[in-house]
Design a protein around this ligand. Structure first.
Ligand code: SF4
Length: 439
């Protein structure tokens, strides 16, 4: 039987699709990249905001038409929407045969077989586990041949009032470090050059006295020739000791993704974030003191419940102080099941949310440009990831800060490290030239 999988949402979902592929391939299923050739179509979904949810819903409606020509096709909704939708919504989606939450992927082959044998009309498993379920599964890379995702923990205990993750993915579960190190070694042997450690709250990793900073150091030592990145960091989990580990190991990238969400302490408190704006600024100061040449990115949200123009101005003020290297920015959308949905009033008009979003988008663009220009004149190690989409005479790759760099193609291979002198910058990309030999 052939399966087709489509992925929506964050890096965690991309990783999960790799896990699903691995499970299905091991059970004898064949992967196809053509929707129409598939016997089973899986949509790995995201519940974090309203916009992707609508997109997925529209996609499901289109896929549904395939059943009119072939009623043997099975359609599966997997991932965060499976746990997010309530029973009534799931019942309305009567053309979906398979509904599987993020902790039940191992059951997919059996569920498909049950459907094919017509033992059941619909298979549903949206239970959430207390422990990591995929420790022994090596994901099959579907992203690039250079850089691999590696999930070290799942779920979240923070319960931010706007966020659906603690409900859709459950409580925090950290993976056994031995299985993580084993996976790192396998990735290295397969020729991957970079590992991106993933977790909703990567720095709250904790497994039998092993904290995130211990794990990070173990990985850096175990695969010294691989580049290591990690995301996402919760602001108040960043410690001096963690920063010392990042500084000490040249193969750990000097990039921190730390969501601020809002520049107003009043809004942060309503969001139930565990820091004030002043504390956030102190964390940034500590990072810059210990690792001056690093990059810091963030997530920002406009229009959260009761956000005033004054709160919004505070966000702009803080952005101007920090000048993030880049940010993911969204307007708030209320998610069913969260505290904010139940108890707070989504009272900022959509037009205002959008106007504020556009303002911070423009501001971030100028800050990103400012930060990129700081690299001009420097010589940096660039890992070549591929051929530039805009000009096939150029390679593109990333430096240790996660900036994208293009430079004229040389005899160097994709996947090699090159010393590149940064000559110029556009709003999004650095332009350089290779110097000296490969590293
Ligand atoms: S820290 Fe907050 S925003 Fe991030 S995943 Fe956890 S609950 Fe969601």
């Amino acid at each position: 039987m052939k399966f087709y999988i489509e992925t929506y949402g964050c890096q965690m979902n991309i990783y999960d699709s790799e896990i699903i592929c691995s499970i299905l391939l091991k059970s004898g299923f064949i992967k196809t990249s053509t929707l129409k050739k598939a016997d089973i179509i899986l949509l790995n979904t995201c519940a974090i905001r309203e916009k992707p949810e609508k997109k997925i819903f529209n996609r499901l409606m289109k896929i549904r038409c395939l059943k009119q020509t072939n009623n043997q096709i099975k359609i599966g909704l997997v991932g965060c929407l499976a746990t997010h939708y309530n029973k009534q919504t799931l019942e309305k989606l009567n053309f979906i045969d398979l509904i599987v939450g993020p902790d039940s992927y191992k059951k997919i082959p059996k569920m498909i077989k049950n459907l094919k044998k017509e033992q059941t009309k619909k298979e549903i498993d949206v239970s959430l586990a207390n422990q990591e379920k995929y420790t022994k599964i090596i994901p099959i890379g579907v992203r690039t041949s250079i850089s691999a995702f590696l999930s070290i923990m799942r779920g979240c205990d923070n319960m931010c009032t706007f966020c659906i993750v603690p409900f859709s993915r459950g409580r925090e579960k950290s993976r056994n470090p031995n299985s993580i190190l084993k996976e790192c070694k396998i990735l290295y042997k397969k020729g991957y050059k970079e590992i991106i450690l993933l977790g909703q709250n990567v720095d709250s990793y904790f497994f039998k006295q092993i904290k995130f900073l211990n794990l990070l150091e173990l990985i850096a030592i175990t695969v010294p020739l691989m580049r290591i990145r990690f995301l996402t960091s919760y602001p108040s989990n960043i410690s001096k000791n963690l920063l010392e580990v990042v500084k000490k190991h040249s193969n750990i990238c000097k990039h921190f993704h730390i969501p601020l969400q809002s520049g107003s302490t009043r809004i942060l408190s309503l969001m139930r974030r565990k820091y004030t704006v002043e504390e956030f600024l102190l964390i940034i100061k500590m990072i810059k003191q210990i690792i001056p040449d690093c990059s810091i990115s963030s997530d920002l949200m406009t229009g959260f419940c009761t956000e005033t123009q004054e709160d919004h101005r505070e966000t702009i003020r803080i952005m101007n102080i920090i000048k993030f290297n880049f940010s993911y920015m969204f307007k708030y959308s209320s998610r069913q099941g969260t505290y904010a949905y139940r108890k707070l009033k989504d009272d900022v008009p959509n037009i205002l949310k959008l106007r504020r979003l556009n303002e911070i988008l423009m501001l971030q663009k100028s800050h990103s440009f400012y930060r990129l220009k700081e690299n001009i004149g420097k010589i940096q190690n660039v890992l070549i990831e591929g051929i530039s989409k805009k000009d096939d005479n150029y390679y593109y790759g990333r430096n240790y800060k996660n900036d994208i760099i293009v430079f004229p193609k040389t005899k160097s291979k994709i996947g090699s490290y090159n010393r590149v002198k940064i000559l110029n910058s556009t709003f999004t990309t650095l332009i350089g030239e290779r110097i000296l030999s490969e590293i």
